[in-house]
Design a protein around this ligand. Structure first.
Ligand code: PA5
Length: 440
């Protein structure tokens, strides 16, 4: 399902650099597997793959099917880890241009198909504080059958809680059965959402206390919106299970190679990692990856700054910097072996645009050459590059890729000597903001 290619990056290192680091990588890997590293109380994201809860998957599928049967829109409220995973998977596995009139489930296999009617539009809110966005959103919802999934582990995150206050009021004004249309996903016991759930009888999914936000995509946090989008959550989940089993070993483990290479470049003074993809549908995975690596590693003055690029668009904006700017960048490409680009370029009699040399070549071939050319040019320009290949953009490989990055970031955090599962720095802006807002 996944293939990792790192020769161009290795060429920037001493021949035995990886080998010398090997014992430390294996120790970090063991710390993760044995739960002996920092933050080991937050390893629930692995445990849930080691002991899959099929009854929970079934429950989420049933709720999703019910929502799909009635909803024009599922409004998912959440921020950070409570939204980026669902958004990433939905963007990757649903069509670019869904047809509003018929079933348009995910490309990873539509679980419900025609049985549960058309796929609702999945919209996100509570992930920023734009009043203009909220006003337009509520206007957009007018006349539609709306369901809401409010997702917050703490239940106290201002962006999400405030948006939910507006949305709850709007739902109550528009639907007699508003309470039935609202699902909360939160801590098993703590937080304001639990109180609302008890008072209003909202359906509730629990976020395991030992799973941090950015690792929660394979809990109901991600799974419910993803299932409502018509994506086969079982193959997504079991794709991750398979990767978790595969990457439990120290032999032939690309997640460890990725973690080790990133660390070696970090130690060599590189300070930015660019995750670049040539498929726009993978842009959301980039944003999810950015949070995963930024929050897990960026502390105590350490970590590679995670930046995201969408090529070839960004070759026309960031490309100049990547090629010739400060040489502190490494670049990881996220690529797809079998994409949907088998679209041959047309021939033209007059050839006025001079593109007949491309006639008959598929967009896949052309896009692939753009990747190969970019990778070569960037390496020649002094950027160590590596590539994670997904077999296809489908639920299983996407689930495997999510786990690949989770495993790598945990090991990477241990190599850096930081706790990869906390995020103390996130509190600083909140403290200042609440002071300015006059919170009692
Ligand atoms: O990864 C994290 O822990 C954060 O990004 C949180 O998910 C985010 O701050 C939202 O928190 P909560 O789910 O408590 O509203």
């Amino acid at each position: 399902m996944l293939r990792f290619a790192s020769d161009p990056a290795r060429a920037f290192l001493e021949a035995n650099a990886l080998e010398q680091l090997r014992p430390r990588v294996e120790t970090a890997h063991r710390q993760l597997l044995d739960g002996t590293g920092a933050g080991s109380e937050f390893l629930g994201w692995r445990d849930l793959l080691l002991d899959p809860n099929d009854a929970l998957l079934e429950d989420v599928e049933a709720t999703a099917a019910a929502i799909r049967g009635e909803a024009d829109v599922l409004l998912s409220l959440g921020i950070g880890g409570s939204y980026l995973g669902a958004k990433a998977v939905i963007e990757a596995l649903t069509p670019y241009f869904p047809s509003p009139s018929k079933a348009s489930g995910g490309t990873g296999g539509d679980l419900f198909g025609a049985k549960a009617g058309r796929t609702p539009e999945i919209l996100f809110a509570g992930h920023q504080m734009s009043g203009a966005y909220l006003r337009e959103l509520l206007r957009h919802l007018e006349g539609k059958s709306v369901f809401v999934n409010v997702i917050s582990k703490s239940g106290t995150t201002l962006e999400t809680a405030l948006a939910f206050r507006f949305v709850r009021q709007w739902m109550e004004e528009h639907f007699d059965d508003a309470d039935r249309r609202i699902v909360v996903t939160t801590d098993p016991e703590k937080g304001a959402l639990n109180q609302l759930h008890e008072e209003r009888g909202y359906k509730k999914y629990k976020i395991p206390p030992d799973v941090g936000g950015r690792f929660s995509v394979l809990t109901p946090v991600g799974l419910l919106p993803i299932a409502v989008a018509g994506i086969d959550i079982r193959s997504l989940f079991y794709g991750a299970v398979e990767a978790c089993e595969r990457f439990a070993t120290t032999e032939d483990n690309p997640a460890l190679d990725y973690a080790a290479l990133r660390y070696l470049f970090h130690e060599a003074g590189y300070n930015v990692e660019l995750l670049a993809s040539f498929e726009p549908q993978l842009a959301g995975i980039g944003q999810w990856w950015q949070q995963l690596f930024g929050e897990s590693e960026g502390k105590e003055g350490k970590g590679l700054f995670p930046a995201v690029a969408n090529y070839s668009s960004d070759l026309h904006s960031l490309g100049q910097y990547v090629q010739e700017g400060k040489r502190t960048l490494i670049e990881t490409f996220l690529m797809v072996e079998h994409d949907g680009g088998d679209l041959p370029a047309p021939a033209s009699d007059a050839d006025l645009d001079g593109l007949n040399y491309l006639a008959g070549k598929t967009m896949r071939e052309i896009n692939r050459k753009a990747y190969e050319g970019t990778a070569r040019a960037h390496a020649d320009g002094g950027v160590p590059t590596m590539t994670l290949w997904l077999d296809r953009v489908a639920s299983g490989p996407v689930g495997a890729a999510l786990y690949f990055f989770e495993h790598a970031v945990a090991v990477g955090g241990y190599l850096l000597g930081v706790n990869p599962f906390d995020q103390p720095g996130v509190e600083a802006y909140k403290k200042e903001m609440f002071r300015l807002l006059g919170r009692p």
